[in-house]
Design a binder for this molecule. Structure first.
Ligand SMILES: [Fe+2]
Ligand SMILES: [Fe+2]
Length: 238
């Protein structure tokens, strides 16, 4: 079952909770002149997500399918969306396009560099490179500049079938999730590198007002401090 929540005007969170992992998989739809979906989702979730999108708009009218890094929960159903929506284009980092996506995708991706701006109508986006953060050489995070929304993928990942939105601290739940992950087969999913702190500091400088989190509650409030603090928590755990 998909839970739909409008976390900000035109910004919808489509959430599927998987009990076996005690984890939510969240997909974000921006309903604008050129609708954008952030996270294509697993292939197995596609029918449910398509139905969820259809309650908000005609899914064949999607224009942009974006994500952070090449992994099945982020990109698995990309080609299903591209088949459904003939005008939709994949959107990712330039590295993502080059090293994986154009070979995988039925249509070439728009590989965004630091200079590129994507406009969907009312909203304007840039991709910020974040190599190996949360993981993967190709990783990036999408920032919507008019409303200051950071689509931050696995950053701030936490467990549970939690509320769609919180305005309290995400650091506690994220720290707990890292500790829990380090005890299991998916340990070391998030590397701490020489770049980690600098990348997070540059994202903090964007002063996001909404953090659209892939696994767990989204955050509404000043995101600057949370991003700065996250560097310390990653260092502490990895
Ligand atoms: Fe990931
Ligand atoms: Fe993820």
């Amino acid at each position: 079952m998909t839970t739909i929540h409008e976390i900000a005007p035109d910004l919808f969170r489509l959430s599927i909770y998987v009990l076996d992992f005690d984890m939510q998989f969240n997909h974000f739809l921006v309903r604008d002149e050129e609708p954008l979906l952030f996270h294509a989702g697993f292939k197995g979730m596609f029918p449910a997500l398509r139905e969820a999108v259809a309650t908000l708009m005609d899914p064949t009218k999607l224009r942009h399918i974006a994500w952070s890094h090449f992994e099945s929960d982020e990109i698995g159903a990309l080609n299903h969306w591209l088949e459904l929506a003939p005008q939709a284009q994949p959107v990712c980092t330039f590295v993502g396009k080059l090293v994986s996506v154009d070979d995988f995708s039925i249509r070439p991706a728009r590989g965004m560099t630091a200079e590129d701006v994507l406009t969907t109508g009312k909203y304007r986006y840039r991709f910020h490179r974040s190599p190996h953060l949360p993981h993967g050489w190709d990783a990036g995070v999408l920032f919507e500049e008019t409303r200051k929304t950071l689509f931050c993928s696995d950053l701030f990942h936490h467990f549970g079938d939690v509320a769609p939105v919180t305005s309290s601290d995400l650091i506690g739940p994220a720290r707990k999730a890292m500790q829990q992950m380090q005890q299991g087969p998916l340990a070391d999913y998030l590397p701490y590198t020489r770049q980690t702190e600098g990348v997070l500091r540059s994202l903090a400088a964007l002063k996001p007002e909404t953090l659209a989190v892939m696994h767990g509650s989204s955050y509404i409030g000043p995101g600057e401090r949370l991003l700065t603090d996250l560097a310390g928590v990653i260092k502490e755990n990895f």
